[in-house]
Design a binder for this molecule. Structure first.
Ligand code: HEM
Length: 458
C-alpha cells in the first residue's frame, strides 16, 4: 500500500523470524545474544503461544483482551516476573520500577505529583535548553558533515535532561562517571543469563551480577552523598524529585521512604528516565533518514507550528504528524521491548490454566508487529496513527498499561517533541552504513553498536 506521499513505505531493519521454535541450545544462545531474534513466525500470528516446554515455559500473550486482563483488569494477580526482577532488582532494589505491593503504592503516590500534566509542562524550558545546547555543540563542530554516534549523543542529552529537571543537577559532579557506570550495569545485567532463564535460586552465582557489582556500589555511594548533601541544605527550596523522595510523606499513610529506598528510587528514575527516551530518539532519527518525505513533513510542521521554537505545551499539541512519527517509531522499536509478569494465584487466560508462578511475557516488540492487528506491520508508515487514531483495538503499549504504566510517559513525549523541534530544523542525519543498523534487545532496545551518522547542516 502506498503512503500519503504516493510512495511505497519503508521497511526498516528487523530480524527475520525463524520458521519454527528454535531447539533448546540455539534458543538459549539467541536469548543471550539478542532475544528479539528468538520469536518464531507463529509468535506474530497467534493470540497466545507457549515458548519452551514444561515448567520453565513462558506464555507469550498477544491478544489485546488478554493483555488487558493481565495488565489492567486482574493486575493484582500478576507481579513483575522473576526474569525481569533478576535483571533489574540487583541495581534498582525497591525503586518504583521493581517494588511491589504497599511499598510500590506508597512510592507511586509520593512521586506521581511530579509527573502530572501541569508539573511536566513546567520542565519544558529546561528540556529545551538542554536540546539547544546539544544542537549548538554540533553547530560549533569544525567540520560540517562530521560523523558522530547519534545514539551516544542522545544518551548524554537525555541523561542531562533527567539530571537537570528531576534532580536539579545534584548528581552532576561526575556526570560522565555516573553515566559510564550505568552503562556497565545495563550492559552486563541486561544480558539474560542462563541461571535466570532456568529459574535457578537467588544464591546461585550469576557472573553478570558479579561484573556489575562495582559499578552499582559506586553509583549508590555517589547517590547517597547527593542525598545527604540535599538533606543538609536547608537554605535552598526546591521542588524536584530528590526533594520529594527525601522529605515527602505518603499522602495516604504519612510514612516517608527509608534512606535505602530513596537511593533505589534515584537510581531507578535516572536509569528508566534516560535510556529509553535516548533509544526512542535514535530510532526516530534512523527512520526519518530512511524516509526523506516523512522527514520533510516533520520539518515543515515544526516550521509552521513552532517557528520560534517550542514556547509552551500548547505548541506541542499542534505537532500531530511529528507525534505520529514518534508513535510509529515506538511501535516498530519499542524501547522497553518486554513486559514480564508472574501469576500469584490460579487464573484462566485464553482457555489455559494459569498456575501460581506461571511466567507471562507481553512483548511490545511482538505485539506491535502482530499480523492480526496491524496492516504492513514491518513498514514505517506514521500516517497510520493519523488515519486510525480512533481505533482503540490495536494493541499499542510502548509505555505499558494499567497501574504499572510508565510514570514518565508524558515527560518522555514532551522531551522527544522538544528535542526533535530543536534539532531537525538545523540538521539532517545520514547513517554512515544504514545496512548495518540493527535492533539489539538488552533491558532496552537500542541500535547495536550505536548509530554512526553524518550530521548534515541544513
Ligand atoms: C520513550 C520513553 C519511555 C518508554 C518507552 C518507557 C516504557 C516504560 C514501560 C513499558 C514501563 C512499564 C513496565 C512494566 O509494566 O513492567 C515503564 C515504567 C516506568 N517508567 Fe518508563 N518509559 C519511558 C520513559 C520514562 C521516563 C522519561 C521516566 C522518568 C522520568 C520513566 C520512568 C519509569 C518508571 C519509574 C516506571 C515504573 C512505574 C511503576 O511501576 O509504577 N520512564 N516505562
Amino acid at each position: 500500500m502506498d503512503d500519503v506521499h504516493g510512495r511505497s513505505p519503508v521497511r526498516p531493519a528487523a530480524p527475520v523470524p525463524p520458521t519454527r521454535n528454535l531447539r533448546l541450545l540455539s534458543a538459549l544462545r539467541a536469548l543471550r545474544a539478542n532475544p528479539i531474534t528468538l520469536f518464531p513466525r507463529q509468535a506474530y500470528v497467534e493470540p497466545v503461544l507457549a515458548l519452551g516446554r514444561g515448567r520453565r515455559s513462558i506464555l507469550l500473550v498477544n491478544d489485546p483482551c488478554t493483555i488487558g486482563h493481565v495488565l489492567v483488569d486482574n493486575a493484582g494477580n500478576y507481579v513483575k516476573s522473576r526474569l525481569q526482577q533478576d535483571v533489574l532488582a540487583p541495581g534498582l532494589g525497591e525503586g518504583l520500577l521493581t517494588a511491589e505491593g504497599a511499598r510500590w503504592q506508597a512510592t507511586r503516590r509520593i512521586t506521581a505529583p511530579l509527573f502530572s500534566p501541569r508539573a511536566v509542562a513546567t520542565l519544558l524550558e529546561d528540556m529545551r535548553s538542554c536540546a539547544l545546547a546539544m544542537r549548538d555543540r554540533w553547530l560549533a563542530r569544525p567540520q560540517p558533515g562530521e560523523t558522530v554516534d547519534l545514539a551516544a549523543e542522545f544518551q548524554r542529552l537525555t541523561y542531562e535532561v533527567v539530571s537537570r529537571t528531576l534532580f536539579s543537577g545534584a548528581l552532576d559532579a561526575d556526570r560522565a562517571g555516573v553515566h559510564a557506570e550505568m552503562a556497565v550495569y545495563f550492559d552486563s545485567i541486561g544480558r539474560l543469563d542462563l541461571s535466570g532463564v532456568l529459574g535457578l535460586p537467588g544464591w546461585w552465582p550469576r557472573p553478570a551480577h558479579h561484573r556489575a557489582a562495582p559499578a552499582i556500589r559506586s553509583l549508590r555511594q555517589q547517590i547517597k552523598a547527593a542525598v545527604s548533601a540535599r538533606l543538609g541544605d536547608e537554605e535552598h527550596e526546591r521542588e524536584d524529585l530528590l526533594e520529594r523522595l527525601s522529605r515527602a510523606a505518603d499522602p495516604a499513610t504519612g510514612q516517608m521512604l527509608s534512606a535505602g529506598q530513596v537511593v533505589d528510587n534515584v537510581l531507578t528514575f535516572l536509569a528508566a528516565g534516560h535510556e529509553t527516551t535516548a533509544n526512542a530518539l535514535s530510532w526516530i532519527a534512523y527512520l526519518l533518514s530512511l524516509d526523506p518525505a516523512a522527514e520533510a513533513a516533520v520539518v515543515d510542521e515544526i516550521a509552521a507550528c513552532a517557528p520560534m521554537g517550542i514556547a509552551d505545551a500548547r505548541a506541542l499539541d499542534r505537532l500531530s504528524f511529528t507525534r505520529a512519527v514518534i508513535n510509529e517509531a515506538l511501535r516498530l522499536y519499542p524501547p522497553a521491548p518486554f513486559i514480564g509478569r508472574e501469576a500469584i494465584e490460579d487464573d484462566r487466560i485464553c482457555g489455559r490454566e494459569i498456575r501460581p508462578g506461571a511466567q507471562i511475557l507481553i512483548a511490545p516488540w511482538v505485539v506491535h508487529r502482530h499480523r492480526a492487528h496491524w496492516s504492513e506491520p514491518d513498514m514505517f508508515r506514521p500516517q497510520r496513527f493519523l488515519d486510525d487514531c480512533g481505533d482503540r483495538r490495536r494493541p499499542f503499549l510502548p509505555f505499558g498499561l494499567g497501574p504499572r504504566i510508565c510514570i514518565g510517559q508524558r515527560f518522555a513525549m514532551q522531551e522527544m517533541l522538544i528535542v526533535l523541534s530543536a534539532i531537525l530544523p538545523a540538521f539532517r542525519f545520514e547513517p554512515v552504513d544504514p545496512d548495518r543498523v540493527f535492533p539489539l534487545a538488552r533491558v532496552t532496545l537500542s541500535p547495536a553498536g550505536g548509530l554512526p551518522v553524518r550530521l548534515v547542516p541544513r
